[in-house]
Design a protein around this ligand. Structure first.
Ligand code: PLP
Length: 389
């Protein structure tokens, strides 16, 4: 018997929800179904809300620190879910993965340095590099049989140009690829060969569909510890992005000191009170909820793929190994990106992420977030069909 009800449609208006209440600013439209920003329309595990309520009841919100119990919760989650032993001294806290990318770029590279990534990819990767006056080097992913693959020859060529940092997205947003152990080893070994550090963004690592298995890159070889900084967070997993709490795992002391030095320059010293409470409660008590969520999301993925395959012949969807994001190929429709946008907004009345935002290889694609109640998903799929009719 399922304990959690993911079917319930919850009203998110009047909560300052970016996804639901910023459609006018982002799409120029109010009356659209939002299936864009990567958060879910589900409440987190009850224990998270209970822990937050308990803290609110206390009523004093002075300066707080992140207690060792929070780090223990992070360590035991990583061990249990990813068979990854992390020393408590390796754990650094940060309000978010995007801030951590900015910090890592500052800590591990110099202005003008080259930073490698693999488009199409989560757009802030580009922004954090450019905004910090570093240079983006791109090794585009290959699209083979409707699946992303790494072009290792190109990857190595790019590393030869003197890249200082590689930002990996594992699992991959927007494609949902969970990179295999072999692929991860190959990327890491090439980076080491050319003395390039790695930031592995593993924010989606708990959202994996069986039989795929997420492999934290750094755990594959002891020597990788001197090169890899890994970002993790409970935010995607448990839908608590608004609490702004994440962790960076940095086993190498030199890299850790460099990272913390930049945090110090920015005056950062602690997560906010509620972020710490949410992070600890989620990692400590959220596993059963997550297992049920994954069953629900698997069904959402299967339904969406079936619907699109059977009813929208102009589209083809990439099957995700993980993440609640669908990368949808609209190129058969013959529409330009501007026309796709227009069709989605005006005909379909649906807000999706436009592919070109994700860089080279994103043209002609859109990204759809399917982490919502089944009724909402079906409504969204009907709207998608209407847009491409
Ligand atoms: C790959 C990836 N990294 C980072 C983030 C955002 O992280 P944060 O909210 O912790 O800054 C997202 C959100 O969609 C993401 O997909």
């Amino acid at each position: 018997m399922a304990k959690y009800n993911f079917h319930e449609k919850l009203d998110r208006y009047n909560t300052s929800s970016v996804k639901w209440e910023m459609t006018k600013q982002v799409f120029g439209e109010e009356e659209i179904l939002p299936m864009w920003v990567a958060d879910m329309d589900f409440q987190p595990p009850k224990e998270v809300t209970d822990a937050l309520k308990n803290r609110v009841e206390h009523g004093i919100y002075g300066y707080t620190f992140t207690p060792p119990s929070a780090t223990e919760a992070v360590q035991s989650w990583l061990k249990k879910r990813h068979d990854w032993e992390v020393d408590s001294s390796s754990v650094i806290y940060s309000p978010g993965v995007v801030p951590s990318i900015g910090i890592a770029v500052n800590a591990l590279t110099e202005p003008g340095d080259k930073v490698l990534m693999q488009s199409p990819v989560y757009p802030p990767f580009f922004n954090m590099v450019k905004n910090n006056d570093r240079v983006v080097v791109n090794s585009p992913l290959l699209l083979k049989n409707n699946r992303f693959e790494i072009d290792f020859a190109d990857f190595e060529e790019k590393l030869k140009e003197g890249v200082k940092l590689f930002i990996l997205c594992n699992p991959h947003n927007p494609g949902g690829r969970v990179w295999t152990e072999e692929e991860l080893r190959k990327m890491a070994d090439l980076c080491i060969k050319y003395d390039c550090l790695i930031l592995s963004d593993e924010i989606h690592s708990d959202l994996i569909y069986s039989p795929n298995v997420h492999v934290p890159m750094v755990k594959l070889d002891k020597k990788y510890e001197d090169y890899i900084v890994t970002c993790i967070a409970p935010s995607k997993t448990f839908n608590i992005a608004g609490l702004q709490a994440s962790a960076v795992i940095v086993p190498n002391e030199k890299l850790r000191v460099a990272f913390q030095k930049v945090q110090g320059k920015q005056g950062f010293h602690a997560l906010n009170t509620f972020g710490v409470i949410g992070l600890e409660a989620a990692y400590r008590h959220g596993e059963e909820w997550l297992e049920e969520l994954l069953v629900y999301l698997t069904e959402n993925v299967e339904l969406s793929i079936k619907f699109i395959e059977e009813q929208i012949p102009n589209l083809s969807v990439m099957r995700p190994d993980g993440t609640y994001l669908l990368w949808i190929d609209c190129r058969k429709s013959g529409l330009s990106d501007a026309e796709i946008k227009e069709a989605l907004l005006k005909k379909g009345k649906i807000g999706l992420e436009p592919g070109p935002k994700y860089g080279q290889g994103g043209e002609g694609f859109v990204r759809m977030n399917i982490a919502c109640a089944r009724d909402v998903l079906m409504d969204g799929l009907e709207r998608l069909k209407k847009a491409f009719d």
